[in-house]
Design a protein around this ligand. Structure first.
Ligand SMILES: *Cc1c(COP(=O)(O)O)cnc(C)c1O
Length: 387
């Protein structure tokens, strides 16, 4: 790709949260209404979000982490229990388990989809295991068929971490409908946001009621506290913004999927993200593998930056190597390797056709400059496109 260095352009950001006039108008409307916490906007948001999860009951909270934490508490998971989680995820997945008083047990992922490998999960299940917590990482659904069968065989709960996967599905069934509970995040960089926020989806009213108590000091009637609860309520400003975003989510998701397919067919010399049979990938991240290790990846990122293309690494350190968890001493080579190779390129719905063409060209140039392209070929799985 000759002459790219001469090309000056604005940086294409790795993510681009939308805070437009509609979001601002919605926030102002709530502020002027005076009903700002756990009010009508929150109720409407919970009702409307139900459409994404086949009408399951939704309980809104103040973050995805709170959603995971309260989901575990509502299911009675805590001290003495183990929860099987992937190490290749955001730390919140394991943190929620520890916050609930339980212990995370890290299991290996599938090298293609980056989601939990059911065989590895089977090996991780022991006498104290109470739940499985699959993560639909990058917007790709985890293998819920195999995981649900395991959970049923061993009498375990399933809590889906769907924080990156609004609208993803497996064989037509949406994520958020497989587990005893599922959790979504509305942090600004997610596929839709509410500034901050989260939702737990549950199939039954009993757990929904417990979740509503837990998020609000254990109260249904004011000052008649029934259980020990936290304050993890969502504000109506957040919910109003979330409603605006939810109305646009499907259009944005289709745009992400179209963007991903342009990148899939254009990129050379990288392993583009494989999609499992029957999976609807919603591309929270478009994550490739850069062969050659973390130093080569760093050089690729540096060159991309020079060419005006933002990129990001999710996650440079698998959770089992972070300080709170390193003493567990687990050995997870597939997760380690993913952490050294993954690179997320822009895929957000704000990209223009011009941006996408530029990302493809810049990626080719960055691989050439970093000397990474020649390293491809050792890996036959996935859609490895030789340069
Ligand atoms: C974002 C995220 C969370 C936590 O959500 P917050 O709203 O940031 O608390 C949990 N798990 C995964 C996989 C995430 O990406």
């Amino acid at each position: 790709m000759q002459g790219m260095q001469g090309l000056r352009r604005d940086m294409i950001p790795a993510a681009k949260p939308v805070i437009g006039d509609e979001e601002i108008d919605a926030a102002v409307r709530v502020l002027r209404s005076g009903q700002v916490v756990q009010g009508p906007e929150v109720a409407a948001f919970e009702e409307e979000f139900g459409a994404l999860v086949e009408g399951r009951t939704c309980v809104a909270v103040n973050s995805g982490t709170s959603a995971l934490h309260l989901a575990l508490l509502a299911l009675g998971i805590g001290r003495g229990d183990e929860v099987v989680v992937p190490s290749f995820s955001f730390a919140a997945t394991a943190n929620a388990v520890r916050l609930a008083g339980a212990e995370p047990v890290f299991a290996e992922i599938d090298a293609d989809t980056f989601c939990l490998d059911p065989d590895a999960v089977a090996d991780a299940i022991g006498p104290r295991t109470a739940a499985l917590m699959p993560v639909h990482l990058y917007g790709h659904p985890a293998p819920m068929g195999g995981l649900t069968r395991l959970a049923q065989r061993h009498g375990l709960a399933v809590v889906e971490d769907a924080c990156q996967a609004h609208g993803a599905a497996l064989h037509g069934r949406p994520v958020g409908t497989f587990g005893e509970a599922a959790c979504f995040s509305f942090y600004p960089t997610k596929n839709m946001h509410a500034l901050e926020g989260g939702i737990v989806t549950v199939p039954d009213e009993g757990h929904a009621r417990t979740l509503r108590l837990l998020r609000n000091q254990g109260m249904e009637q004011r000052y008649a506290n029934e259980i020990v609860g936290a304050n993890m309520r969502m504000t109506d400003v957040a919910a109003a913004i979330g409603r605006v975003q939810l109305a646009r989510l499907e259009g944005w998701t289709e745009q992400r999927r179209r963007n991903a397919s342009v990148l899939d067919s254009g990129l050379r010399g990288l392993t583009v993200p494989p999609v499992a049979d029957g999976a609807r990938h919603v591309y929270h991240q478009y994550t490739v593998r850069v062969p050659g290790g973390a130093a080569v990846r760093e050089a690729v990122q540096e060159e991309l930056r020079t060419l005006g293309v933002g990129s990001a690494v999710y996650y440079p350190t698998p959770i089992h190597r972070l300080r709170p968890y390193e003493d567990l001493g687990v050995h997870l080579p597939v997760s380690d390797r993913a952490s050294e190779e993954v690179l997320s390129l822009p895929v957000h719905p704000g990209l223009t056709p011009d941006d996408l063409a530029h990302i493809v060209a810049a990626a080719g140039e960055a691989l050439r400059v970093a000397g990474a392209a020649g390293a491809v070929g050792g890996r036959e799985r996935g859609e490895v496109v030789p340069s």
